[in-house]
Design a protein around this ligand. Sequence first.
Ligand code: B4P
Length: 202
Amino acid sequence: MIIVFLGPPGVGKGTQCRRLASSLQIAHLSTGDMLRQIMASSDPRAETIRQRISAGQLVPDELVLELVEERLAGEACRNGCIFDGFPRNIHQAHQLDELLAQRGTPLDVVICLQADEPILVERLLKRAKLENRPDDTLQTVRARLQVYQAETAPLVDYYRRRGVLAVVQSEGSPDEVYRRIVETIRRQAPQIAPSIFAGDKE
Ligand code: B4P
């Protein structure tokens, strides 16, 4: 089972993917989390990552792809995974297509979370007060929103043409958004809906 979550920064991808992955009992592959983990270590790639994330730019594709490839091959992804924040541009999407073709697992659904910009900015600035992330300043948030429009938003059409895209409004409480996601999966990808934990369905 393979699910991709797309959406602008702060739209709630991480929040929803964690819950859905736990319900489906599949791995949650957040490239943002993987990069922050390396950034906090003594890995030689940490400085490149820190510079790009702090500037609100994407981290180089080769670096991200190496991480994804390694994780996807791991035992934790045996039953599938949810990609959170990957792919983030057309090149990454092509690479993902190749990885999935090699593995012989189709992409079940791409969920694109959407919310108006003032809501995104408000959520990210609120998070800035709670977590010490280098990319939640107002200036960096603006840069990230621009990068999203230029590089990631074209993926919406890419996946729509493939017939796997579902757009879900991410305004409202996390519980409300989660209910919409489950409803959308039932309609768009009925083949995976039965795997959603019964207690999470309503
Ligand atoms: P990510 O870690 O993916 O971060 P994000 O897009 O900001 O956040 P997300 O949408 O997951 O929001 P969250 O649930 O946390 O990326 C960070 C950076 O890493 C990127 O800018 C880039 O530099 C780099 N990167 C990552 N992947 C890459 C790739 N594939 N290629 C290249 N570079 C890559 O929610 C945000 C806040 O809102 C939280 O505080 C949450 O509690 C709150 N919230 C969530 N849902 C809410 C709701 N319904 N109501 C109210 N608040 C809510």
